[in-house]
Design a binder for this molecule. Structure first.
Ligand SMILES: [Mg+2]
Length: 484
């Protein structure tokens, strides 16, 4: 696999997005930054941007230290020389890709045009991925191995289970809840999903309905008449987990409400409303998603909206989530970065510095990627502030005098520090094949973000807008100054 640097005149800084673009936009030392970027890829551009930020802040005597940043910049500058002279990327890609599935790769069960072509660009002739790639979907009604098999069939390449992240995957991190008796709502193999996540005491909505036959009265034809003698002995429900939209919304809404209003014992009416209620966890907040129909379909976010509204109307209190996982929650992106970095390590690649998230929903995929990008920026500044001032001065002198001999003096300690930081940025790429479609400006202005996420229109704006997934991959390559 060969790579080449595109003509430096064609390097479009505006595509970098995030902090670098902002720094360059504010630049009062444009010459310094430009010269740092000249002849370099986005990788070096980013290092230069970080370094510029270092200069900006240190000149105001606010910075505590930036040894890591300085040293990383120097390392990147060396790489730039290797790029130019050898013409290929010596250590392999240091970026990772994160694909949404519905509306990006498929709609319903129909694979979208050019999707296979896009993934051929990311795999070698043996069908192995050469760029760390994961698939992150808010679908919560299946197991990872089933989704990876489905993806393999659609794309004609092997997608491994560890490349798939479902909306509920981060729940395994909530160890304090794994021993609790949980009520699970959704469709598909909900018990199996909960077991895979580590939960041990699981009751489905259907089981609860059978144990408490008087609760579900909405559908007269399905009403259970046989009384159950063991209602009072049924162990208390200690938490509710909503994996995804159920089939029978009326039944799930009624039983979830019963459990919340009785503090987990639906056989006995509570004397007063128990508040705070038992823990509630939900996976995936998409109000809509795109299947084969010409208009988007109700997603789990629509179901959650019903639960929240009913709870508020009945009790006068706000429903409070112990956790909201799946996109656009930061926790899902943090988990995804961890998975991508592990994949990269297993592929023998250096740590990933940039992530690209490709999705079709401005309220979920784009919002989440931009929110995560803000998180990465804060993390970077926090890490940089821990470096001693003396090293800062040393770094400044090295850059000022272009003294390569002094670079060694910075030591290996900061190399490790930078490895520890992980990714620097996360770009968001919006495709037009799903919830958002070309020429439909409405969806960029309608706010379908979940109640518990901040309303910031900036977070719904993509770094790049493209037609389809193939163009998305091509734009990533362009940004990485690569051709295959
Ligand atoms: Mg989607």
């Amino acid at each position: 696999m060969l790579f080449s640097i595109t003509d430096k005149k064609n390097l479009d800084i505006s595509k970098v997005g995030g902090p670098i673009h902002n720094f360059i936009g504010q630049s009062r030392r444009h010459t310094f930054v430009t010269s740092a970027i000249t002849g370099s890829s986005i990788q070096q551009t980013m290092a230069a941007g970080i370094c510029y930020k270092w200069w900006l802040v240190s000149s105001r005597s606010l910075l505590q230290g930036h040894k890591s940043t300085v040293q990383h910049f120097i390392r990147q500058r060396r790489h730039a020389k290797e790029y130019s002279s050898v013409g290929y990327l010596p250590k392999g890609p240091d970026f990772g890709l994160f694909f949404d599935i519905d509306g990006v790769i498929v709609r319903g069960r129909t694979i979208l045009p050019h999707a296979r072509e896009a993934f051929r660009l990311l795999t070698d002739r043996h069908g192995n991925f050469w760029v760390p790639t994961i698939f992150v979907t808010n679908a919560g009604n299946c197991l990872r191995q089933d989704k990876s098999k489905q993806l393999s069939d659609w794309l004609g390449i092997e997608v491994k289970e560890d490349q798939v992240i479902l909306s509920h995957s981060p729940l395994k991190m909530f160890r304090q809840l794994l021993d609790k008796h949980v009520l699970v709502s959704g469709q598909g193999p909900t018990t199996e999903i909960a077991k895979h996540l580590g939960f041990k005491r699981i009751t489905t909505i259907e089981t609860l309905r059978k144990r408490f036959p008087k609760l579900d009265t909405m559908d007269y034809k399905r009403k259970l008449s046989a009384p159950c003698a063991f209602e009072n002995y049924f162990p208390r429900i200690e938490a509710v987990i909503m994996f995804g939209e159920p089939v029978r919304w009326e039944m799930n809404l009624q039983l979830i409400m019963d459990v919340l209003l009785t503090d987990g014992k639906p056989s006995v009416a509570a004397e007063e409303i128990p508040y705070p209620h038992i823990p509630v966890l939900a996976c995936g907040v998409d109000l809509m998603w795109m299947a084969e129909a010409p208009m988007p379909r109700f997603g789990h976010g629509a179901f959650l909206h019903c639960v929240e509204s009913l709870y508020k109307k009945i009790t006068g209190y706000d429903l409070k989530y112990t956790a909201l996982v799946g996109k656009p929650s930061e926790i899902t992106y943090i988990h995804s970065e961890h998975v991508l970095q592990t994949l990269a390590r297993n592929m023998g690649l250096p740590g990933l510095r940039r992530m690209y998230c490709i999705g079709d929903n401005p309220d979920v995929d784009i919002y989440g990627a931009n929110l995560f990008n803000r998180y990465l920026q804060k993390k970077l500044v926090k890490c940089a502030s821990k470096v001693p001032k003396t090293l800062l001065r040393q770094g400044a002198e090295i850059i000022e005098h272009d003294d390569e001999r002094s670079e060694e003096g910075l030591g290996s300690e900061t190399e490790e520090h930078m490895e520890h930081i992980g990714a620097y940025s996360c770009a968001s790429i919006l495709v037009s094949t799903g919830v958002y479609q070309n020429n439909d400006r409405r969806s960029l202005h309608q706010d379908h973000v979940h109640r518990d996420f901040i309303m910031d229109p900036e977070l719904r704006k993509p770094t790049m807008e493209v037609n389809d997934v193939l163009e998305a991959v091509q734009r990533v390559f362009e940004n990485e100054s690569m051709i295959t």
